[in-house]
Design a protein around this ligand. Structure first.
Ligand code: NAD
Length: 347
């Protein structure tokens, strides 16, 4: 059972499990502005796929889905996920990320307690979280699984709180929980408000390419399909109660990411005036409280579970740009319904 299954990472996990494994999948999603059934079309053709539209804050709906589907694994990805939105409207972040995770845990615990001993032993509640809970790094160092929490945006604070709830349900009630904290994802089906799709789409539209501040903020980028493979590895083979950091070993400054996208577009879809897309780059006011650098030490998942990213940033970003060029229908439909490329979170 995958919550947030119609989102960016949830849909990648659903497609991965349907295409590459024999798992049956229940996709559970409220379909907020961020949820898109169009990201699940290929998976929906499978008879191992089913979908429920419901809210993780609705205990009855969660309980019914657990009772009907009888999952061996709950992969909990449903969340409000956009930092800029959390600056403008933190309430829904507290509601979904904290209260929603509490409801998921409570209902999962009731369900788990009623399982027979064999199913109880193999059940996993896997909570998918972010490296942003660890705060911001200077030029040196990496986040490990034991880095103290220091969240600094309403988004990361709500995710940090949800991580604590999950571990508490593990310690206090014995629910077999797993937590993964992952770095920034990118790839196909990424909602147009996030940096990488935003830059591709605005570049193609001939619009200015906004870079926050001087563009020196560093993120560790992971191709979303590699994240999906990591999640499968963790819920199948991770030890209950454990946390695993997941990262791409691909630290890039934001300005480097934007320049890389421009260079790929120059090659694949040159501007009609022959000028480089980089001419469209403009620096805009920085995000309030913008964390300087995130970087993941992913050695635990590598040594204990044998997972490593399969693509480099250069391969992944080229595949991503190519995907947006050949799937204009997917993102143009979203843009037609929602103004997803406007600037949010000025504080
Ligand atoms: P997303 O915003 O693309 O998708 C979130 C999904 O959750 C949407 O389909 C939405 O409809 C659904 N949802 C929201 N509120 C809901 C509710 N109350 N009930 C049911 N469904 C609801 O997010 P994403 O980028 O795919 O992130 C998924 C998870 O991974 C989140 O928990 C996020 O914190 C975490 N994460 C994301 C990144 C990243 O780079 N995107 C990195 C690390 C961790």
């Amino acid at each position: 059972m995958i919550t947030g299954a119609a989102g960016f990472i949830g849909s990648a996990l659903v497609r991965h499990l349907i295409q590459r494994t024999s798992h049956e999948v229940l996709a559970f999603d409220k379909l907020t502005y961020a949820g898109n059934l169009s990201s699940l079309v290929s998976a929906a053709a499978s008879n191992r796929y089913s979908f429920v539209q419901a809210d993780i804050c609705d205990a009855e709906a969660v309980s019914r889905a657990l009772a009907d589907f009888e999952p061996q694994v709950v992969a909990h990805l449903a969340a409000e996920s956009h930092v800029d939105r959390s600056i403008d409207g933190p309430a829904v972040f507290v509601q979904t990320n904290l209260i929603g995770t509490f409801v998921m845990l409570n209902e999962a615990l009731d369900y788990w307690r009623d399982l027979n001993d064999a199913d109880k032993a193999t059940f996993r509640f896997h909570h998918i979280s972010t490296d942003e809970v660890f705060g911001s790094l200077g030029e040196e160092g990496f986040f490990t699984e034991t880095t103290p929490y220091d969240p600094r945006s309403p988004y990361s604070a709500s995710k940090a709180g949800s991580d604590h709830l999950v571990r508490a349900w593990g310690h206090t009630y014995g629910l077999p929980v797993l937590v993964t904290n992952c770095s920034n994802n990118y790839g196909p089906y990424h909602f147009p408000e996030k940096l990488i799709p935003l830059i591709i789409i605005r570049a193609l539209n001939g619009e200015p390419l906004p870079v926050y501040g001087d563009g020196s903020n560093v993120r560790d980028w992971l191709f979303v399909e590699d994240h999906a493979a990591a999640l499968q590895e963790v819920f199948e083979n991770g030890a209950p109660g454990q946390t695993y950091n997941v990262g791409g070993n691909a630290e890039r400054k934001n300005i480097e990411v934007v320049r890389a996208i421009c260079a790929i577009l120059d090659r694949l879809r040159p501007r009609t005036d022959g000028k480089p897309y980089a001419d469209q780059i403009t620096h805009v006011a920085d995000r309030p409280g913008h964390d300087h650098r995130y970087a993941i030490d992913a050695s635990k998942i590598r040594t204990e579970l044998g997972w490593t990213p399969s693509v480099t940033f250069e391969e992944g970003i080229a595949r991503t740009v190519e995907w947006y060029l050949s799937n204009e229908g997917w993102w143009r439909d979203i843009l037609a319904q929602r103004n997803a490329t406007e600037r949010l979170g000025n504080g």
